[in-house]
Design a protein around this ligand. Structure first.
Ligand code: URA
Length: 240
């Protein structure tokens, strides 16, 4: 899960509607605490996990936002970047600056990306214990083989991190098109797994995360809200 960082004054402006001048006064009066320490600077970095209080009261919860976005290849899975277009740049949602990503996709990959301002939900969804399935359609250069299916199911040892991947499902859909289901998200995992067979990935497209599907009619670069069924099925049961 990625953590998006904001300036304290901008964050208070967005969550409470306080003008920056009012934030300056509150700061000068020592009435704002960040993680239990008196805050003094408006540009202090905060994120969705920071505990902020004003006059001892925790900030009222932001309206929770849960979005699914169809990331085009070439767009960065990040909130901000000085060079590349990011998934946040694709959004027009009023709360876009409060959102963070639930997991990432490589820049060259396309497909489903989830965004939220509910850190509890994103943490639960990405926790290793939850073992949420991520499903990808993968085009490779050379024909798929049974030994690949077996190696994905058995798990592969990555010496650099000294880990063995959890059993993954590789289904052969066409000669060079596979559906791959992972329950984890190691760095460049699918590319590295096919790399063992010297079979480069030509295109990688995520179609599902747990109970949330990428709608077939959701155009590239577009986003929409998750529905209540998807939220319930993906662990946001406290919402309903
Ligand atoms: N595996 C990869 O190699 N890249 C992704 O973007 C996702 C899974």
């Amino acid at each position: 899960m990625s953590t998006s960082t904001h300036r304290l004054d901008r964050y208070l402006n967005q969550t409470l509607g306080l003008p920056r001048s009012a934030v300056r006064v509150l700061l000068a009066q020592g009435r704002i605490h960040v993680d239990d320490r008196v805050a003094s600077a408006g540009n202090q970095p905060v994120n969705q996990f920071t505990r902020i209080t004003v006059d001892g009261e925790a900030l009222p919860c932001q309206t929770p936002v849960y979005l699914k976005l169809h990331k085009p290849a070439g767009v960065l899975s990040a909130t901000r970047d000085p060079v590349h277009r990011t998934v946040i740049d694709l959004l027009e949602h009023p709360a876009r600056d409060t959102l963070h990503l639930v997991g990432r996709l490589d820049r060259a990959s396309s497909g489903l990306v989830l965004l939220t301002n509910d850190g509890r939900w994103s943490r639960a969804l990405m926790s290793p214990e939850a073992a949420v399935e991520k499903v990808y359609e993968v085009r490779v250069r050379d024909p798929l083989t049974l030994p690949m299916v077996e190696a994905f199911a058995a798990g592969m040892h990555f010496a650099y991190e000294n880990i063995t991947t959890l059993p993954a499902r590789l289904e052969i859909l066409e000669d060079t098109l596979a559906r791959v289901t992972l329950v984890e998200g190691r760095y460049h995992q699918i590319k590295r797994m096919f790399g063992r067979f010297r079979n480069p990935v030509l295109a990688l497209h995520r179609v599902r995360i747990g109970a949330v599907m990428l709608p077939e009619d959701l155009a590239e670069a577009s986003s929409c809200a998750l529905d209540v069924q998807e939220l319930r099925a993906s662990g946001a049961f406290w919402l309903t």
